[in-house]
Design a protein around this ligand. Structure first.
Ligand code: SF4
Length: 224
């Protein structure tokens, strides 16, 4: 998707129509650059290539329904220093898939290839307490980082779950821009969480839910 929109700023129905004709070439080019020479693609990888083409097509279909909008950022590194207390600073960091803008509201778009829990969190505290809402947590974290870097800008956030594109984007906060109070609450919860992580009083323990270990980057040192 980064390649698809790399030379685009304003997106309307004509632009989407033009980009749809380029899907096959752009996907092949990306595979060629990132994976294997396209003329050496064989077996199930040809099927995967076809799946990727279809997924890109579905994203553009969803985007068509959102036109007109403007692409503001693609795959952008965002970071900020975050004062935990008077002595401790941490660096918050993220790579945001896409930020677009419509009617003066920035929209964070986070593409998701895995399963996404579509349940709405009861409140911001639940984003920090329920691991099944980690995708929503991430989407609000990106909105928070973006808002902190552009103060005063309205920001909303959503997940493009590729397995259920037909149902549209999963928008947080009922598709409304987050308020300053919501970001303040998120920041307070984030500060509390980081303090807990840094505190020697709270030991790290292995999770009881082993399904979380499947894709964990720390499996080897954890010896689970
Ligand atoms: S493998 Fe990862 S998720 Fe599982 S217990 Fe270890 S650190 Fe936690």
């Amino acid at each position: 998707m980064q390649s698809i929109y790399s030379d685009v700023i304003g997106v309307d129905k004509n632009v989407i129509g033009y980009l749809r004709k380029k899907i096959d070439d752009i996907v092949d080019q990306a595979i060629h650059e990132e994976f294997v020479a396209i003329n050496q693609l064989e077996g199930k990888n040809i099927l995967f290539r076809n799946v990727i083409r279809e997924l890109v097509n579905r994203i553009l279909e969803a985007d068509l329904n959102y036109t007109p909008f403007t692409i503001k950022q693609l795959e952008k590194d965002v970071s900020r220093n975050f004062a935990i207390d008077s002595t401790v600073n941490v660096k918050l960091y993220g790579i945001i898939d896409r930020v677009d803008e419509k009617a003066n509201v920035l929209r964070i778009v986070d593409y998701k290839t895995g399963r996404v829990d579509k349940r709405k969190p009861a409140d911001i505290a639940e984003l920090f307490a329920e691991p099944k809402l980690k995708e929503q947590f991430q989407a609000m974290y990106y909105a928070y980082l973006t808002s902190a870097s552009i103060p005063g800008q309205s920001v909303k956030s959503g997940l493009m779950a590729l397995r259920s594109m037909g149902e549209g984007m999963i928008m947080l906060n009922n598709d409304e821009a987050f308020t300053a109070e919501q970001f303040a609450e998120f920041e307070a919860q984030l500060r509390k969480l980081i303090l807990e992580i840094l505190s020697p009083e709270f030991a790290f323990t292995q999770t009881k839910d082993e399904s979380r270990c499947v894709y964990c980057a720390y499996r080897e040192i954890c010896e689970r």
